[in-house]
Write a protein that binds this ligand. Structure first.
Ligand SMILES: Nc1ncnc2c1ncn2[C@@H]1O[C@H](COP(=O)(O)OP(=O)(O)O)[C@@H](O)[C@H]1O
Ligand SMILES: [Mg+2]
Length: 309
């Protein structure tokens, strides 16, 4: 029996997902016979951790603060071992621009992109560079905030006139935004558990009549297939890329890497890595683990055993 603090909720835009992940993690820890202290992460986090004096913290947070190294830094300061990646890997994963630069440096394919902070637009006239960027990336192009998850703030711009609005929307989520080449293809995810790639999951939109991005993320309009129906060599390549990303970003415990399989070229490219992927009923990592015979309780048990300072 271990005394485990489950950190969930928090102030990020993914609070609701985290509450679901946290509740499910708690149930599993309970079944595994551990003593649990649930903490909804807020201003009294340090005080509550001191009171609880856990042997391990299970970080079931997503998005800002919980997944970007902030809470991990506090756990380091308090010398409490915690699940998942350490501070530096969290920082690298949470910022898509930083992650993509690491991938490029390592020769891992990721869609072509340009990234700017708001100062570049406000003080350096970056808007004047938009025509050149649009020419390089072509249309449609994807505009996304560097630091969000769950598809928040992501817009597809199908023509020049859509770009300014998409940028404003993305900047409402954070200070750094990227414009990225659009990849027409299949949406894949490879979860990694302790350095082993799990089966590939494909997200398939159930209505493909017209290409409406938001619709793809409405409940029930995306279906998940695991293992994804792919030629063996594509599966192997997706898993190989996910493990390279895991290594390059320095992940630990578990993570999920999101990729696209391009219809035209058949090439795989990596969009991003998630340091703390969802743990809800419909989340991809638990599904992938299940497909390889690792049930949810065993998954949580293994993640807990991998906890470190
Ligand atoms: N460059 C791109 N080309 C095509 N689709 C994209 C591209 N970038 C993102 N998407 C779509 O948006 C989804 C979310 O993008 P992602 O970069 O994984 O951010 P997050 O999951 O953090 O919101 C992807 O799974 C994919 O469906
Ligand atoms: Mg993603």
């Amino acid at each position: 029996m271990t005394r485990v603090a489950v950190l969930k909720g928090g102030r990020s835009l993914e609070r609701q997902v985290s509450l679901k992940s946290g509740a499910r993690v708690q149930d599993a820890l309970h079944r595994l016979g551990h003593k649990i202290v649930a903490i909804d992460v807020g201003h009294d986090l340090v005080q509550r951790l001191r009171e609880a004096a856990p042997e391990v913290a299970f970080v079931a947070l997503h998005g800002r603060d919980g997944e970007d190294g902030t809470v991990q830094e506090m756990l380091e300061a308090l010398a409490i071992p915690y699940t998942g990646s350490g501070v530096s890997a969290c920082i690298r994963c949470a910022d898509k621009v930083i992650a993509k630069h690491h991938m490029l440096d390592a020769g891992i394919p990721t869609p072509d992109f340009f990234a700017f902070n708001e100062t570049a637009f406000k003080e350096l006239g970056a808007a004047d560079a938009l025509p050149a960027i649009e020419q390089r990336l072509g249309f449609p192009l994807v505009v996304k905030p560097a630091g969000q998850g769950s598809a928040l703030g992501i817009k597809f711009a199908s023509a020049e006139r859509d770009v300014p609005g998409a940028l404003v929307a993305a900047f409402s989520y954070g200070d750094k935004v990227l414009l990225e080449r659009h990849v027409r293809g299949r949406d894949l995810a490879v979860s990694v558990l302790d350095g082993d790639a799990l089966p590939v999951v494909e997200a398939v939109p159930t209505e493909e009549a017209f290409y409406d991005f938001e619709a793809r993320y409405e409940i029930g309009r995306t279906q998940f297939v695991c293992p994804a129906e792919l030629p063996d060599e594509v599966t192997a390549r997706a898993q190989e890329l996910a493990l390279q990303v895991w290594d390059v970003l320095g992940c630990r415990g578990f993570a999920r890497v999101d990729l696209m399989l391009c219809h035209e070229t058949g090439e795989l490219t990596v969009l991003e890595a998630n340091a703390i992927p969802g743990m809800t009923e419909t989340s991809l990592l638990p599904q992938a683990a299940d497909a390889t015979g690792i049930g949810f309780d065993e998954l949580i048990d293994r993640i807990l055993r991998l906890a470190r300072l």
